[in-house]
Design a protein around this ligand. Structure first.
Ligand code: GLA
Length: 384
């Protein structure tokens, strides 16, 4: 964190020729379970990872928003009173979307300068987008003080993504980035917003992330198509959201649904059930069950929701055969990105080396495999 911060500060100073006044940090996340359940009003389980995004910034007297993306070596300028989604600097849209939502909430955001630095692998399904939105909100909260609860910040950042960036995502990513808690998984009921922090079922378990390097991008059709299919399926059952359709109701009439809608709905309805079972498994200390639920979730993504890709299937199939692995699945939106593996500590090194090696033999690519400590959520950072 200190290195990340001092690097970002020095890039800010170099570019803007002054020192930043404030700084904020927000982490990426792994989705442990609850795949595409969030926008269906369902349940999710996640953890904040130890990779995140730092923003440092200060006020600008000329009503200008000046942004520097240090990791991309790009900068962009906008008028705070008049800006639109930028087709060239797509990274800036996550910040601008948050500015727009704050303005819509009658918060008087004026000009500012900011430097952004992220160490979350891009396109890995680890929520680099949400981390940027949430870190932006935490920076702006210090520059233009406002009172919003943590949940309201998460909801505001979700609206930024839905309305400005144009992805109809649910609340999982922004919630996880805001509410992350060291050593705890987070549970969220996306309808009632009830949430809880739960410890892993055993002390000797690690979360091992493997980035397939198959690029995933949500700013595109598949995600929104899946969402539309889910909505059509819930409408068929006369319900607002799939959360409200029970497995019995589904089974009684599933043959009347078009194929795609039937498969998407089955995935979501059963995945909600898996999250609730996982919650009980955590309370009961049942690591084996948690792992089995994760693997079942992947198979459901693969065959029912059809948001996996061969690279992810290979990684999951390989991981399952390795000693010490209790469960493996894709994490996040899908169509590329990373897998998350629940692995016994004693086997982590051996597991990581073998997974990386087998993927290399299979694909010719060196997939980054890393253990993530379950980390804290977004916070202000001192620039002194
Ligand atoms: C992406 C979205 C989330 C969620 C997951 C799938 O990460 O941003 O809202 O829908 O996909 O569970």
């Amino acid at each position: 964190m200190t290195d990340l911060l001092s690097y970002t500060i020095s890039r800010f100073q170099e570019h803007f020729d002054e020192a930043p006044e404030k700084a904020a940090y927000a982490p990426g996340r792994v989705e442990i379970l609850g795949n595409h359940t969030d926008y269906n009003g369902g349940y999710v389980m996640s953890a904040a990872i130890d990779k995140g995004t730092v923003l440092v910034g200060s006020l600008d007297e000329f009503d200008q928003i000046s942004l520097l993306a240090t990791d991309l070596n790009r900068n962009a300028e906008f008028n705070v009173n008049l800006f639109e989604r930028d087709a060239r600097s797509t990274w800036a849209n996550y910040v601008l979307g948050v500015v727009q939502q704050l303005q819509r909430s009658d918060i008087n955001v004026r000009g500012f300068k900011a430097a952004i630095h992220s160490i979350i692998p891009l396109g890995a399904g680890l929520s680099s987008s949400a981390a940027l939105e949430v870190a932006s909100a935490y920076l702006l909260k210090q520059l233009f003080p406002f009172e919003l609860s943590k949940m309201d910040v998460a909801l505001l950042c979700q609206r930024a993504e839905n309305q400005f960036v144009g992805v109809s995502s649910g609340l999982l990513d922004q919630f996880s980035s805001v509410f992350g808690a060291p050593n705890h998984l987070m549970f969220l009921d996306c309808r009632t917003l009830e949430n809880a922090q739960l410890r892993l079922p055993r002390e000797d378990l690690s979360l091992v992330i493997c980035d397939s390097l198959a690029k995933h991008s949500l700013v595109g059709g598949e995600y929104n198509t899946r969402r539309a299919e889910c909505m059509a399926a819930s409408a068929f059952f006369g319900k607002e959201l799939l959360r409200d359709v029970t497995i019995d109701e589904f089974n009684a009439r599933k043959s009347e649904l078009p194929d795609n809608q039937r498969k998407r709905a089955q995935h979501v309805i059963e995945e909600n059930e898996r999250v609730l079972q996982a919650r009980q498994a955590l309370v009961a200390g049942d690591a084996k069950l948690l792992g089995e639920l994760m693997t079942a979730s992947h198979q459901s993504s693969r065959y029912l929701f059809e948001n996996s890709v061969p690279e992810l299937d290979f990684l999951v199939d390989t991981a399952r055969e390795l000693p010490g692995c209790l469960g493996a699945r894709l994490t996040g939106g899908g169509w590329g990105g990373a897998t998350i593996n629940l692995v016994e500590d004693a086997f982590v090194d051996q597991f990581s080396a073998a997974l990386s090696e087998k993927y290399f033999e299979h694909s010719g690519r060196r997939a980054p495999v890393f253990v993530s400590t379950i980390s804290d959520g977004a916070h202000f950072v001192s620039v002194k």
